[in-house]
Ligand binder design. Structure first.
Ligand code: NAD
Length: 499
């Protein structure tokens, strides 16, 4: 078992609080590491050093900062397999999925290589006699990233790359369940040329998060995790005068219209519903077939596909479709929700509760479950299950299906499968969800767009990555400059238009 560390001032540093949390290999159920949970003193010291390091980093010209991202991108590519294995070992996802986790983070690093072009300000010459106006974007100072367990590489990279390239220092608080990838990324950033102290990885739990929220040096907080915590962090950060963007949970629906290609829709549902054991904020967890015939045919097509899924450890080779869930508590919660669905009257077409894998009996595996005839009042519809469970809510018309999505408290992602352009365009225009797929099941935007949900899936007004992230991590300063020439006038006391 490994004792993990923090990453402070360019070095691994042992925890001194005496508090630790177990880190599992979810496939075997073994405790493989102990992550230190930092004290307030450890956090405050890391922030104070970051504040000092940020001054020189902000004064480094933007192109040089971007070059650190270029080198970092090369190093991530060189270490792709190693990083994917770190992700999979602590999270449980398959190795190809672990690689995808790293890849979708790397793509944000790639966009940050061009950050100087996105950080340019605005200029208006001769806005009045001898008067020029210009605005510039300056870093916030020291910011914090607080990330969830389900993308141990991608989401820390979504946080650190835009924050650092725009001249901030960052305190990164990764999920205590999957901390190792962030520590390795910090080593690679040092190798890429990032000065010591500019990225501090402080491991911990609620105590560290609260310390971040109350620390006066921290100017901005980027959070990703569950909705109750996102809302809490947004409120406390805002009360303390910090800029905050907090991304929360999801319940993503896919409408399947009668004219859809049902084979393609069924394949998409299986991939988006069960990939990564359903532990994705963009997972499709609710299928909404329109019309009885569509629903019956869809279920018929889903059943053999779901029954064929291979559940196993990340070491199980290319045959494995998805791995274990993150903790024994998570497994118990998912199985409990499936039981509640049965008790509340949904039809359990495939039951994954009793799944067990020979040789991995202590792993946190959950078999795939498929529900039909789910209704809006049931807990399996209302709760974010975050497990390999697909619910089917039947609707008679497109309008009813759209209305179901509109009324849901979450608004992260959604999709429609149809052959009709009018329906697809209507759906994209009307639906109150941040990311929409048309014949596309997991519409995570590419890194030169931005990522963010609506309603209770996000708190704050700017999205993650892309141009929005650079706006989030910088503040605007606008200068009105006048250079006098000729005879100097006396003071002007009235507040007037420039003439
Ligand atoms: P979580 O909310 O339990 O934890 C997220 C982070 O918050 C962790 O770093 C954790 O240490 C910290 N935290 C947990 N409890 C806290 C508390 N009481 N006070 C302060 N900090 C606390 O989330 P998770 O289980 O790690 O991740 C899964 C959730 O994240 C799901 O709800 C999923 O939908 C969501 N998610 C959302 C997005 C998105 O972009 N919208 C992306 C990925 C995951």
């Amino acid at each position: 078992m490994t004792e993990l560390t923090h990453w402070i001032n360019g070095q691994h540093v042992k925890g001194t609080s005496g508090r630790f949390q177990d880190v599992y290999n979810p496939a075997t159920g073994e405790v493989i590491g102990q992550v230190p949970l930092a004290s307030q003193d450890e956090l405050n010291a890391a922030i104070a050093d970051a504040e000092k390091a940020q001054v020189a980093w902000a004064a480094t010209n933007p192109q040089r900062r971007a070059r650190v991202m270029m080198k970092f991108g090369d190093l991530i590519n060189e270490h792709m397999d190693e990083l994917a294995e770190l992700v999979s070992k602590e999270h449980g996802k398959t190795l190809p999925d672990g690689r995808g986790d790293v890849q979708r983070g790397l793509e944000v690093v790639e966009v940050c290589m061009g950050a100087p072009a996105m950080m340019k300000g605005e200029f208006m010459g001769d806005a009045g006699p001898g008067i020029d106006l210009y605005s510039m974007r300056q870093p916030l100072g020291v910011v914090a990233g607080i990330t969830p367990f389900n993308f141990p590489a991608m989401i820390p990279l979504w946080k650190m790359a835009p924050a650092l390239v725009s001249g901030n220092a960052m305190i990164l608080k990764p999920s205590e369940r999957c901390p190792s990838t962030s520590l390795r990324l910090a080593e690679l950033l040092k190798e890429a040329g990032l000065p010591d102290g500019v990225l501090q990885v402080v491991n911990g739990d609620k105590e560290v998060v609260d310390g971040i929220l109350d620390n006066e040096t921290i100017q901005g907080v980027g959070f990703v995790g569950s909705t109750p915590i996102a809302q809490y962090i947004y409120g406390r950060a805002a009360t303390n005068g910090k800029r905050a963007q907090c991304f929360g949970g999801a319940k993503n629906h896919m409408i399947i219209m009668p004219d859809a290609d049902l084979d393609k829709a069924a394949d998409a549902l299986v991939g988006a519903g069960f990939g990564a054991a359903g532990e994705r904020c963009m997972a499709i967890s609710v299928a909404v077939p329109v019309g009885k015939e569509t629903a019956d045919r869809l279920i018929e097509k889903l059943v053999p596909r779901i029954e064929a899924l291979k559940v196993g450890p990340y070491t199980g080779g290319n045959d494995v479709d998805y791995g274990p869930v993150i903790t024994p508590q998570s497994k118990a919660r998912i199985n409990g929700l499936v039981t509640s669905g049965v008790e509340q009257g949904a039809e359990l077409v495939i039951d994954g509760r009793e799944f067990s894998l020979q040789g991995y009996e202590n792993g946190f595996f959950v078999g795939p479950s498929l529900f039909d005839n789910v209704t809006e009042e049931m807990d399996i519809y209302k709760e974010e299950i975050f497990g390999p469970v697909l619910s089917t809510v039947r609707k008679d018309t497109y309008e009813e299906a759209l209305d179901l999505i509109m009324k849901n408290q979450y608004g992260n992602g959604t999709a429609i499968y149809t052959a009709d352009g009018d329906t697809a365009r209507d759906f994209a225009a009307k639906v109150n969800v941040g990311m929409v797929g048309i014949n596309f099941p997991i519409p995570v935007p590419l890194s030169y767009f931005t990522f963010g949900g609506w309603k209770k899936s996000a708190f704050g007004d700017l999205n993650q990555y892309g141009p929005d992230a650079l706006r989030f991590y910088t503040k605007t300063k606008t200068v009105t400059a006048r250079w006098f020439s000729g005879i100097k006038e006396g003071a002007a006391l009235n507040f007037k238009a420039l003439d």
